[in-house]
Design a binder for this molecule. Structure first.
Ligand code: AKG
Length: 263
């Protein structure tokens, strides 16, 4: 059983993120699985369109439910929690796409805020190839109003300049096969990838079973109980997939709402 130390837990509470955890996956196996999944992309879809494929791919679902990952999540949000979203955040060499400064909780109709994101590195990521940056401690200031994001951005909302102090940002370097954790209210983002290297991240989102999704806003939300028990029964529950590398049946660009589940 893997456990975060008291110091790691205190650091997460103080800063809203945690890096430096022992790598858990074999990087060659990660990339082999990634190639198989991207091999089933439909014409016009990109790797970043592989949203919520944990619903159909057992291989991805098993990455998200690796005991070491779940142990780390449990030490942050408690013993009873669900997995409800996954996403590949990829940047090809010399990609100009940026992830603007934002807080995840602004996007999600989830209450109360009790969500942690696991950011898994499929490739080595560091400052040179656009590792994610966080502004430590900003989760303690609550969720701030966002504005519509610039066109070069991967996201639809971003924070106003002035809502944060970029000079205190920290770049989260993670070796391939490793992962970091971040709070749903910590301010984070990532720059363009100016390097010759791919930057492939896979994020998985976990919430305590006490968290309720507003289904009027996101009718396709589905939660998977991955640890403990669900005494609240707030949300629709999914059944873990059987096939290793199956993909959703719809083209994500055409049926975005079903594909994303939450947006
Ligand atoms: O990978 C990135 O650059 C950003 C990830 C992110 O915004 C998230 O996980 O919420």
């Amino acid at each position: 059983m893997f456990r975060l130390t008291d110091q790691q837990k205190a650091s997460y509470k103080e800063n809203g993120y945690l890096v430096g955890l022992p790598p858990v996956f074999d990087s060659k196996e990660l990339m082999a699985g990634y190639e198989l999944l991207t091999g089933s992309l439909m014409e016009g879809e990109l790797p970043s369109d592989m949203i919520n494929w944990h619903r159909t791919s057992r291989w991805l679902y098993d990455l998200c439910t690796h005991p070491q990952v779940l142990d780390a999540v449990e030490d942050i949000i408690g013993p009873d929690f669900v997995l409800w979203a996954t996403d590949f955040i990829t940047k090809s060499p010399h990609s100009e796409k940026i992830v603007p400064w934002h807080q995840d909780a602004y996007y999600w109709p989830l209450h109360p805020h009790n969500t942690v994101t696991v950011w898994m590195a499929f490739t080595d990521v560091d400052e040179g190839n656009a590792a994610m940056k966080v502004i430590p401690g900003t989760h303690r200031g609550g969720v701030i109003k966002h504005k519509i994001a610039d066109k070069s951005s991967i996201l639809s909302f971003e924070l106003d300049d002035g809502a944060y102090r970029e000079d205190t940002a920290v770049s989260l370097a993670i070796p391939a096969g490793g992962f970091s954790l971040h709070d749903d209210a910590v301010i984070h983002g990532s720059p363009a990838n100016l390097s010759d290297r791919w930057r492939i991240g896979f994020v998985a989102r976990y919430s305590g079973t006490n968290v309720k999704c507003d289904l009027t806003k996101t009718p396709h939300y589905l939660a998977y109980l991955v640890r403990g028990k669900d005494e609240f029964k707030h949300n629709p529950m999914g059944v873990p997939p059987a096939e290793s590398y199956a993909r959703p049946p719809y083209h994500r660009r055409i049926r975005k709402t079903e594909a994303d589940g939450i947006n």
